[in-house]
Design a protein around this ligand. Structure first.
Ligand code: GDP
Length: 473
């Protein structure tokens, strides 16, 4: 009826024309654009698609920056590695070395990220060590880090979580710098570490590769300056730039409810400049920046690219990993938050398209999938490698099968987080998920597939790629 009124003809006329096209439509039925075009053509009318501007588009300026406005920004670094290899010690050492007692307000404040001075430049460190926080942020769509410092203890070498960290960093596409730590120990063996790195396609510069390895000691401070220097070298290659002149956007690094101050959030500005008084929208939280505190505990009124600040003034506690935007229109911001809340509610009912072997084929057919990422866990390294190789051989023109992580032992939380962030499926071979991983996988709709025989796993993936997988029994 709407089409009829716009064409200035009767509804019956339109229905008749539709019938001739083989479309049986009632008066208030919705027809698609192409069908409507055909009917319109019959009346020599031209139809055009209406461009619908969403609140999000109206509110949030997503235009590219003018290259003339771009300025260098500091790199953002995450520290990862096996437990007890010295991540926390390294972060503490760097933080403390950068605060002199003569400096005003020279007490470091733990806000979740801090800046270290390197010559006349800065490096921003995320203060939460480990790949879990990093990957859970990535699962929420946040890409905050430019460089991962992989800490490997020189007296211990590469351990399971080192491998996890390597694969998490690779999956996120960030550059890796290796800090070979605990060099003060008499049992330190950096050559062994470098040898082991090559097994994970990380070839040290000294050996003709492109991975920078820096021997350090978080205990004595040896090599730390060199490590910072190397971070700036890698950053230079990345040519990191941002536009300080636009409205701020970035990521929530941490957030909590403070008894006295209300919702408190640490924000990492990734582009633009954040000012006190700015209207902010982060996930489903909205508010005005009341006060900003930097990593030295000082009150500041603005924060530019790569600068972390703790802010108050949000109405609710946003989630770590949420992106935030400073916006001009507070009323519209509240509308958008309302809309996002509604969407969240709807999301809870329909689990959105996570990749599974069952829907793989339709996603390939729709051109949605160019790559099938897989995490492989097995009881022994040999089978993990064998499964990896056989799976990757299944790649064809439509879809590349890529094993993003292999490991030995039960499927753990880190595996599920990696799969979730990378939209991967997990294949277990003679192993089971631990209870936490099982729960997480169910919650996040990550597919876990367990096999006892390698060929069964290969066959299932092969069949799924052709859309011929038998339904799960
Ligand atoms: P994390 O689990 O990776 O965060 O490791 P920690 O920073 O907690 O360090 C684990 C242990 O190793 C602690 O007892 C540290 O004191 C010790 N440690 C860290 N770095 C060094 C180092 O460079 N030399 C020596 N000798 N011990 C270190």
């Amino acid at each position: 009826s709407e089409l009829a009124s716009r064409l200035k003809v009767t509804v019956t006329d339109v229905i008749k024309k539709l019938m001739m096209l083989g479309v049986m439509a009632a008066q208030h039925e919705v027809i698609d654009f192409d069908t409507a075009s055909l009917v319109a053509m019959e009346y020599n009318a031209k139809i055009e698609k209406e461009v619908i501007v969403t609140i999000e588009e109206k509110l949030i300026n997503d235009e590219d920056d003018d290259t003339a406005d771009l300025q260098e920004r500091s790199p953002v670094v995450v520290v990862m590695g096996h437990v007890d290899h010295g991540k926390t010690s390294l972060l503490d050492r760097i933080r403390n070395a950068n605060v002199t007692s003569t400096e005003a307000g020279g007490i470091t404040q733990h806000i979740g990220a801090y800046r270290a001075k390197v010559g006349d430049r800065y490096v921003t460190f995320l203060d939460t060590p480990g790949h879990e926080a990093f990957t859970s942020m990535r699962a929420r769509g946040a890409a905050v880090t430019d460089i991962a410092v992989l800490v490997v203890a020189a007296d211990d070498g590469i351990m399971p979580q080192t491998v996890e960290a390597i694969n998490h960093a690779k999956a996120a596409g960030v550059s890796i710098i290796v800090a070979i730590n605990k060099m003060d120990k008499p049992t330190a063996n950096p050559d062994k570490v470098m040898q082991e790195l090559t097994e994970y396609e990380l070839v040290p510069e000294d050996w003709g590769g492109d991975v920078i390895c820096v021997p350090v000691s978080a205990a004595t401070g040896m090599g730390i300056d060199n490590l910072l220097e190397m971070i700036t070298v890698v950053a230079d290659v990345q040519e990191l730039k941002a536009n300080p002149k636009r409205l701020a956007k970035g990521t929530v690094v941490e957030a909590r409810l403070d008894k006295g101050r209300g919702p408190v959030a640490t924000l990492l500005v990734q582009n633009g400049t954040l000012h006190t008084g700015d209207v902010l929208i982060a996930g489903t939280s909205v508010g005005r920046v009341r006060q900003m505190i930097n990593d030295r505990g000082q009150v500041v009124t603005e924060a530019g690219p790569s600068i972390p600040v703790e802010i108050t003034g949000m109405a609710e506690v946003p989630a770590a990993g949420d992106t935030f935007n400073a916006v001009e229109d507070e009323r519209l911001a509240r509308e958008l938050v309302e809309q996002r809340r509604q969407e969240q509610k709807e999301q809870q009912f329909k689990s959105y398209q996570k990749i599974t072997l069952d829907n793989l084929f339709s996603q390939i057919a729709e051109g949605e999938m160019k790559e099938l990422p897989i995490v492989v866990k097995a009881d022994v390294q040999g089978s993990a490698e064998a499964v990896k190789q056989s799976l990757e051989k299944l790649s064809n023109e439509e879809v590349r099968v890529r094993v993003i992580h292999t490991g030995v032992g039960a499927i753990n939380r880190s595996d599920v987080m990696l799969a979730n962030a990378s939209n991967a499926i997990i294949i277990g071979f003679n192993v089971r998920p631990d209870p936490v991983a099982k729960e997480d996988a169910a919650q996040e709709d990550v597919e876990l597939r367990m096999y006892r025989i390698i060929y069964d796993a290969i066959d299932d993936v092969k069949d799924a790629m052709k859309g011929m997988l038998a339904p799960k029994t």
